[in-house]
Design a protein around this ligand. Structure first.
Ligand code: ADP
Length: 343
């Protein structure tokens, strides 16, 4: 599809350039032949006038009726040579413009091709992730329907597990929606003066019940600092890091959130005493749908591998950066740097 589009674009580029080139050639031909004819006439008048002893002052008023046949033949062959030269030049322009057009068309189409590939992969990955919980849901409902007798307890347990699957699907849909929104929002994030302590406190309140369930202590070391940011997106990003810290920290662990400023940036550190991330997995954790060691997290910890890619997108939209340090079995530190101001 992209190859034929490239050929079509090349043809259009070449056609436009050739049209301009042909128009210029016609103008050049008209100018050159007129000038040539005029110069030859003037030369003829001068020579024949001299032969006939006509004074130079009167030569300008003397117009011989016909040019000599020799000069006419010279003029014709000169015109032919001009046409030939213009044809060669136009041929060269056609070859150069076709080559340059093909190259430019490739350059123009490349980002569109990459974006479309990305979109296709996204849809394929999303459909794949949707299918797993949907199949589980369908199977449990089919099993329940086939059962001849069922106690209220059994029915409730099936309903509860179905509700869990629906919850998972809902969170997947929200994450997918978030990702596509941020993809489109590239230039539309509205930055406002945002108190980081307020954002962290808000997220902390939402996370606390989950942390309490696992007896995890969360320490906040977040002074009142103001940065220019999208408050809603920042809260979403902090939720992802804290939610992960809780998810991947075993019972009785500890999480610390610290913020400080370094020259032009606000530095947020989320440190946990969790399971850690293997070194070879670190470069991939921000990829969409990537989950470290499937057997370790999948089935045991809910998630679709979308949280960190969403967080990274938010950081990028704030023109910030994120670093990860992790020791397997000891814990993980995420260090997020966000510019304090946006010009
Ligand atoms: P999800 O948590 O839904 O699997 P994420 O994109 O948020 O997806 O994270 C990707 C992977 O990175 C997770 O599957 C997990 O293995 C790993 N990870 C993220 N945060 C932590 C953390 N604080 N400690 C250990 N592993 C983590």
């Amino acid at each position: 599809m992209f190859h034929s589009a490239r050929i079509k674009l090349t043809t259009w580029y070449s056609l436009i350039i050739m049209l301009i080139s042909v128009i210029f050639s016609l103008v050049i031909y008209a100018i050159v032949t007129t000038e040539l004819e005029r110069s030859l006439r003037r030369a003829e008048i001068r020579f024949r006038g001299a032969e006939l002893n006509i004074p130079a002052s009167r030569q300008r008023l003397w117009h011989p009726e016909n040019m000599s046949p020799l000069l006419v033949a010279d003029l014709e062959s000169a015109k032919q040579r001009v046409v030939l030269n213009l044809l060669v030049v136009n041929g060269a322009i056609l070859i150069i413009s076709a080559g340059a057009g093909y190259f430019l068309a490739g350059k123009t189409l490349k980002p569109i091709e990459t974006a479309m590939e990305e979109q296709k992969r996204f849809v394929a990955d999303a459909s794949h992730e949707l299918r797993t919980p949907l199949t589980a849901l369908k199977t449990s409902i089919e099993v329940a329907l086939r059962a001849k007798k069922m106690s209220v307890k059994e029915a409730k347990s099936i309903l509860a597990s179905s509700l869990d699957d629906i919850g998972g699907l809902e969170s997947l849909a929200n994450n997918l929606l978030g990702l596509t929104q941020y993809q489109q929002e590239n230039s539309a994030l509205t930055f406002e003066p945002t108190k980081i302590s307020q954002v962290v406190q808000g997220v902390f309140k939402k996370i606390l019940p989950l942390a309490k369930q696992k007896d995890i202590e969360i320490k906040l070391n977040v002074p009142d600092q103001v940065l220019s940011a999208s408050q809603r997106s920042l809260a979403e990003m902090m939720f992802i890091f804290l939610d992960n810290a809780v998810k991947y920290t075993p019972q009785g662990g500890q999480i610390t959130v610290t913020t400080k400023t370094d020259k032009k940036n606000l530095v947020i550190e989320v440190v946990d005493t969790g399971v850690g991330i293997p070194q070879e997995a670190i470069p991939h954790i921000f990829d969409r749908f990537y989950r470290v060691d499937q057997s370790r997290s999948k089935d045991k910890v809910a998630g679709f591998g979308l949280g960190l890619s969403l967080a990274k997108k938010i950081i990028e939209l704030h023109r910030g950066s994120v670093e990860v340090n992790s020791i397997l079995g000891k814990g993980t530190t995420f260090r997020i740097k966000l510019p304090l101001k946006h010009s």
